[in-house]
Design a protein around this ligand. Structure first.
Ligand code: OVM
Length: 402
């Protein structure tokens, strides 16, 4: 399993395996252990360096020339092995192509261009809340996170109403594929051919609603800014990255507030704090936990020498709970200073969908708070065993209005 890199001399070594089900379900103790082991730790099971602290996570993503993305942002090194799918034109690309494409998609996903979506999201959120109050007890992953995100996001992109469960299946493959090729990945990839074919069909221009976010990508083709082939794979990015992440974020937000009722009380008293509150959810329970970069040259960081063409693992989850950066990092506190959290990444590859993710989450949380809805965990919550994403597969909640 380990890559072919030689074990480093003098660097701290750990045999912790971040990708066992037990370590996935309970990452914070071993994150802490690794942060205390050193600024860069050699993971002997995988033959990669990992950055457990905030400072190195930040420095690595800031230096996109040394720590590149075209080698893939998962454990697999695309310079040494064939990617499992055609690489993303944004995520798994470097300058200058990345920059050119990002300019187009970034404008489409910018706050001003998304403003028109808010009223519709509010209608959906309120219809959902009516239903939740009617039902009382619900399994929130299915009936809140998925129901809401699978409605509003694909509608915004402009794909059809049927078959949307394929988006969940595809997201599971895409994000598990950033980890090692373990059982978790293989289980998620069982219907790979069928699901990928469905996804690619949705990305065709003729299948996208005129005026939707997907169609807007194709509108950049005639000017020559991007090619039609690029447009297809850029729309695929919407469907790859925009669903599972946000579904997990909604679930993590509900869990964080349900288990920290004093923080929810602050939200009900002042729904205007939703902006910071959602950022705190991303810090406290980061949906996107880990990713990788590939070195383009020999580089020294955190006191270790990393040779060229090696994978480096970054831990968003660990960086966001580093006590060197955040006071009382294990407390969920919507009043804290969140400057520098890396829940949406940082630098030229920072999450391009962050404005629509915020819009979806902020609308739902604002409407729940404004309507003085309370929710508590009313059964056994089950976390997802997932190579990259942190969230729930079952979250029973009881909704009441006070
Ligand atoms: C993409 C893509 C897929 C998964 C995640 C992501 C976190 C991007 O296809 O561009 O960003």
């Amino acid at each position: 399993m380990a890559q072919d890199a030689a074990p480093p001399r003098g660097a701290p070594i750990s045999d912790i395996d971040p990708f066992t089900p037990a370590n996935i379900l309970d990452p914070y103790p071993w994150h802490q252990a690794l942060r205390e082991t050193g600024p860069m730790v050699w993971l002997s099971r995988y033959g990669v360096f990992m950055a457990p602290r905030h400072a190195e996570n930040f420095a690595i993503v800031a230096d996109h020339q040394t720590f590149c993305s075209s080698g893939g942002v998962g454990y697999a090194n695309f310079f040494k092995e064939k990617p499992w799918r055609q690489p993303s034109m944004l995520l798994e690309a470097d300058q200058p192509d990345h920059t050119r494409r990002r300019a187009i998609v970034g404008r489409i996903l910018s706050a001003p261009n998304l403003r028109g979506l808010k009223a519709g999201f509010e209608v959906e959120a309120n219809a959902l809340i009516d239903k939740l109050l009617d039902q009382g007890e619900v399994e929130a992953v299915f009936e809140v996170s998925r129901a809401y995100v699978l409605k509003v996001f694909p509608d915004a992109v402009g794909i059809g109403a049927s078959g949307r469960d394929n988006l969940m299946k595809y997201g599971a493959m895409v994000f598990n594929a950033f980890g090692p090729q373990n059982d978790i990945f293989h289980d998620s990839a069982r219907d790979l051919g069928e699901v990928s074919a469905w996804i690619m069909e949705q990305c065709e221009h003729k299948n996208l609603r005129p005026g939707g976010l997907g169609d807007q990508v194709y509108q950049a083709v005639p000017s020559g800014a991007i090619t039609a082939d690029e447009a297809l794979i850029l729309v695929r990015s919407f469907l790859s990255a925009g669903v599972d992440t946000t579904v997990h974020a909604v679930g993590n937000a509900l869990w964080s507030f349900a288990t920290n009722p004093a923080e929810w009380a602050k939200m009900k008293a002042n729904p205007g704090i939703v902006r910071t509150a959602f950022e705190e959810v991303l810090r406290y329970e980061s949906p996107f936990q880990t990713f990788f970069r590939t070195t383009t040259r020999d580089v020294e960081i955190g006191g270790v020498m990393i040779p060229a063409n090696e994978k480096v693992m970054l831990s968003v989850g660990s960086a966001n709970r580093d006590p060197r950066k955040f006071e009382r990092p294990d407390a969920f506190d919507v009043s804290r200073n969140l400057q520098g959290h890396v829940g949406f990444g940082y630098g030229i590859h920072a999450c391009i969908g962050q404005m629509i993710s915020r819009l979806e989450n902020e609308v739902l949380l604002t409407e729940l708070a404004r309507r003085k809805v309370d929710f508590e965990v009313c059964g056994e919550a089950t976390r997802t065993v997932h190579n990259t994403l942190r969230g729930f597969s079952k979250l029973p909640l009881r909704f009441t209005q006070n």
